[in-house]
Design a protein around this ligand. Structure first.
Ligand code: GLC
Length: 747
């Protein structure tokens, strides 16, 4: 069956359709339900359990990769495995699928899962970077590209989006999410689900999304991965749960349960969470897969004595599928015989799995996601690479630009490009880079070379390594700096310092990079500091001594070109921080939507909530990001100034480009409930708009703020809008704002 070549227009068309359509073949799809009923009626217990079993591909030498093991092949042929993950490539997935649909008794197709977190082979900026764009349309398109590349290679299920709110930058997985805010996180979650699944998950450029890690994994104490999460139900529901719900509401076909406990009950065995909230409250209709071995981890958690008890606890709580532990394959049949798991519950879990396979169109065409032809035409296509470059540009946050050092002139005679990340090909891919390859990456040095005329002299010096203690390279770096008109200094983290099991006890630049920064700064040359990292870092010294600072995170395959586009002014920075940038790790936890306390910090007043040795403010606030132009905000006007609990306030403000360059600004709207039955955050993001203004141009920016956006959990945990006065803040970030006031009265 020949398929039309995949054109960008097709991706856009499918995405356009995706904006409003729930997945086809969902419950209520009569054909699908009839097929599923007929299958369940004839399935043996072992075949039913088999659908709930997900294993990583154990190819040759038990490494993940382009084959399943002989033992796995036999289990697939006997209907004992429902999905394989970490297998990719049209050839390998077709071979495995062939076993399932030709040799097994019921010929039920396999799922093929992979962590396509920020790109399949065309690696995009890490999710934290993409969140810095505040551009949900871009994020959706990037996910669409990732889905098309993955689908062509036979992957029909991604373990993404990761939607965990994170307030602790020590946590390595902060890199995989969208920062600290529930609204921004929710909008990014929904955009990624739409991007991965499109309007029709059965299309051959769509793959099933998986909202993870449910729930509150980012709340780990100490920012230590897998650690205890203990928070009030109000914080759980108002801060951590919204992005998962947004993913479910966007139609996510699957959810992944997290490793952590919440208040004493591990998520993977948490009935109140997986059944009470996810299914009964939110109406989630897909299936829940455990995280890797999370079912048997209920034993070290201390809530299951052995694997038999762990399987019973997890399945009865609402974890439908078992990732890798084998607990379900080995013990669910026995639990069924002993009546510790009921047959109807087993059938319901199997039904959820089969529904997702049906929604993906696998029963119509099990091979729809494996196309050698599409692999060739789709993967790393020029359009995909161009999209990665655009995403890179939009994800960069300009933190400082003293004296208008940036943008640099392309006629500059010489530039010293220094630092351990200046010509690094691997780390810019970031953690969870799927099939991204270093050879696909444009390094910063290469990007600068591409941007300037050949007459510009480039001097390169690594200076030091990311983590090493060897200072011998600093002298050469200083020499290069002295010999150049300007310096671009790239420092930061390795990609291995972010992602899973990558928590750090400090936010400092690793190794002796601070010494390199100070030595290069001491030359007195104009220095642009380029950060490449997976978490906010402590850069207070640099902020005080370096004239220009760019936060670039890990930008993927087009790193060098994207950064160079900003360095030399081909793109005017528009990124905004999706989290708070602290002065030092000692300030953790520190997030913008904090409570006021009874003694809010005043740096000049001892008996207030502050550290005696630090200013109480962060280095850069949530929502912060500079442009090469400047924007001026007029006063906020609200109408009406009094609404009832079903009303809507129109908020508007005039924004003017007061600089000399066309620029894009993210106008942000925050609200504070002045008085409540419980304490309320000092501000909460309630909306934002991206506007583009020419020099001198001004525009009236209007927000519509419905009272339902003021919903909160009151002192009895009722979800209500409480009458009273509210303060509105509008501005260029969460700190620099103009304010207005309105009132909500009883209806
Ligand atoms: C890992 C991660 C999860 C990932 C899964 C499969 O342990 O926690 O995010 O999707 O295993 O690779």
């Amino acid at each position: 069956m020949t398929r039309p070549p995949l054109f960008p227009a097709l991706i856009i068309l499918l995405t356009a359709h995706s904006l409003f359509a729930q997945p086809r073949h969902w419950p209520g799809d009569a054909r699908g339900e009839r097929l599923i009923d007929s299958l369940i009626r004839v399935m043996t217990i072992d075949e039913k359990v088999g659908q709930l079993v997900q294993y990583t591909a154990k190819g040759r030498d038990s490494l993940p990769g382009p084959s399943v093991s002989a033992e796995q092949g036999e289990l697939i042929a006997r209907g004992r495995i429902g999905g394989i993950f970490n297998l990719w490539g049209a050839t390998a997935t077709r071979a495995a699928q062939k076993i399932a649909v030709e040799r097994s008794r019921l010929k039920i197709p396999l799922l093929f899962g992979l962590d396509v977190i920020h790109g399949y082979r065309t690696t995009f900026p890490i999710p934290l970077a993409e969140a810095s764009s505040w551009d949900t349309a871009m994020v959706e398109q990037d996910a669409r590209v990732a889905a098309a590349e993955a689908a062509a290679s036979g992957v029909n299920w991604t373990f993404a989006p990761m939607v965990d709110i994170a307030r602790d930058p020590r946590w390595g997985r902060i890199a995989e999410g969208s920062g600290e805010d529930p609204l921004l996180g929710s909008l990014m979650a929904a955009a990624r689900v739409r991007g991965f699944q499109g309007g029709d998950p059965a299309s051959y450029v769509s793959i099933a999304a998986c909202a993870k890690h449910f729930a509150a994994y980012g709340g780990a104490e100490g920012g230590r991965d897998y650690n205890t999460v203990d928070m009030s139900e109000r914080t759980l529901r108002e801060v951590y749960l919204p992005p998962y719900k947004a993913a479910v509401d966007a139609g996510a076909l699957t959810v992944m349960s997290s490793f952590n406990e919440i208040g004493g009950v591990p998520a993977t065995g948490n009935h109140a969470l997986l059944t009470g909230i996810l299914r009964n409250e939110w109406g989630f209709r897909g299936f829940v897969v455990s995280d890797w071995m999370a079912i048997t981890e209920l034993i070290p958690h201390g809530v299951a004595r052995d694997t038999l008890a762990a399987a019973a606890l997890a399945f009865n709580a609402g974890t439908d599928a078992d990732m890798e532990s084998g607990a379900y394959r080995l013990f669910l049949p026995r639990l069924l015989r002993e009546g510790k798991v009921t047959s109807p519950l087993l059938d319901e879990g199997v039904r959820r799995l089969l529904r997702v396979k049906f929604a993906l169109g696998l029963f119509d065409d099990p091979y729809r996601h494996s196309s050698l032809e599409l692999e060739r035409s789709t993967i790393l296509s020029p359009d995909n690479i161009a999209r990665a470059r655009d995403a890179g540009r939009r994800s960069i946050v300009l933190l400082k630009n003293a004296g208008g050092l940036l943008p640099l002139s392309k006629n500059i005679r010489s530039v010293a490009v220094i630092g351990p990340l200046a010509d690094d090909r691997a780390d810019p891919l970031g953690p969870w880079d799927a099939l991204g390859r270093p050879e696909d990456v444009v390094t910063l040095l290469e990007g600068i070379r591409n941007a300037v005329p050949s007459s510009t002299r480039l001097l390169y010096a690594r200076g030091c390594t990311i983590e090493g203690a060897d200072r011998s390279g600093i002298a050469l770096a200083v020499e290069a700096a002295n010999d150049a008109d300007a310096v671009v200094l790239a420092v930061g983290e390795s990609s291995a310092m972010s992602g899973e099991a990558a928590s750090r006890s400090t936010l400092d630049l690793p190794g002796i990079q601070n010494a390199l920064v100070e030595a290069v700064a001491s030359t007195g040359k104009p220095v642009v500091l380029v950060l490449m990292n997976g978490r906010p870092l402590s850069i207070a010294w640099a902020e005080a001594h370096i004239p220009a600072i760019m936060e670039t995170w890990f930008l993927g395959v087009q790193t060098g070109n994207a950064i160079a586009d900003l360095l030399f002014g081909d793109y005017n920075p528009s990124g905004k921080l999706p989290l708070t940038f602290l002065r030092t790790v000692g300030q953790v936890p520190f997030y913008y939507n904090h409570k006021n306390t009874g003694r809010p910090p005043v740096d000049t007043s001892k008996f207030t909530s502050r550290y005696s040795d630090l200013p109480s403010s962060p280095l850069f606030p949530f929502g912060y990001g500079l442009s090469y132009t400047t924007f001026d905000y007029g006063s906020v006007t609200l109408s009406p100034e009094v609404i009832d609990t079903a009303g809507t306030v129109a908020v508007d403000v005039r924004v003017k480009n007061t600089g000399t360059r066309r620029g894009e600004e993210v106008v942000q709207l925050y609200v504070r409930q002045d008085v409540g039955s419980v304490t309320r955050p000092v501000r909460e993001l309630k909306g934002f708009q991206r506007i583009i203004l020419a020099p001198g141009e001004s525009r009236r920016v209007e927000f519509s703020l419905p009272a339902r956006d003021l919903l909160m959990y009151d002192d009895s945990m009722r979800r209500v809008v409480e009458p009273g006065t509210f303060t509105v803040y509008v501005g260029t970030n969460s700190r620099d704002v103009t304010e207005g006031h309105f009132k909500v009265r009883e209806r």
